[in-house]
Design a protein around this ligand. Sequence first.
Ligand SMILES: [Zn+2]
Length: 358
Amino acid sequence: MTQTNETQQAFYDTHGHGPVTADDVCLVVDREVADDAIAERFAGVDLLPDYVAEAGRRLYLWRGSERVSEGEFMAAARRLTSGPSRDEDRARTLATMRSLARDGFELNAMLKDEDGFDADASVMEHFHVEVRPAATGIEGVVDYVATYQIPACAYLQYLWDGCEAMSGPPFNADAYVLPTDREDGYDLICGWSGCQAGGRMEYAVRNATDDEEGRRHFLRMLAKFLLDVHLHDVRIVTYGGGTMVPAATHAVAALWVRLTESLGTAHVGTCRVCGKPFVATNERRWKTRYCQANGACAKAYARTKVVLGGIADGKSFDEAVAETRNIGASRVIEIVRRNRHILREEYPQLDLDQILRE
Ligand SMILES: [Zn+2]
């Protein structure tokens, strides 16, 4: 067996389903891909550790180690079995896996984009970030808080463990998981396994400035947090006497190991026209800005620039669109909205906001 195979095996291949690849990462985060296709790709794969079995084990240890009445034991056991069914849990875990991986992918790709980005209100909203008055009451600063609603499923326990592993407030940052209904599901014995109402994860950075710099600082911290919280139970194994390889024991962690690895070794981006995610590993594609859909997106971008050129020459928006073949007004507006920060530099004489109001 070659070393490559060994390292791939260490990565996640305990049930013969093959390692999670960079293509899998793109598949999972692509909004155009149906949930059924993801369920099929991960059919039979352990998505997360079996927390229900673990809670059951703890429950029996608790019964044996303390003077626990039969009534107390039965109540805890009922709570454990009152959570979602295995099928429900799996569907919710997959949906949560997709939405968090999408945020992690898009946010990290945006931060790495050489063309830059606007840290404006729409970006903050896209990544579920709220600006709140500073909890410390200090004047002139704010708290940034990203909130993720998580349905009742094993993912809650996973994120809880991840936030606990990062406990302690470095750099004024704070991560925690809270039950949606404080009475529901969560206790020391059963953990989140019996949860019925779901919960939410929050990541907060306190006492930051309420301006572009503060927003950028928070987005960088959030990008790091999303990676770190998902890598908390990844082990390191070695090959060839000195090569360290991350070893994930379940698919969610494997997905994030591969995403993190792709960020470090490949060009990770989203198409500047349609938003489709891609991971380009060879050098020719390193500089690519488009998905690989027959060059259609590259052409749409070029046509949008022809329209903008026409407006710069004094034509009205409608005239410029009418004179450019194979592109409609709504498509032009969509592409301008997505690439406003780039086009603003290229066409300083145009009022792009005016075009976006068309
Ligand atoms: Zn595209």
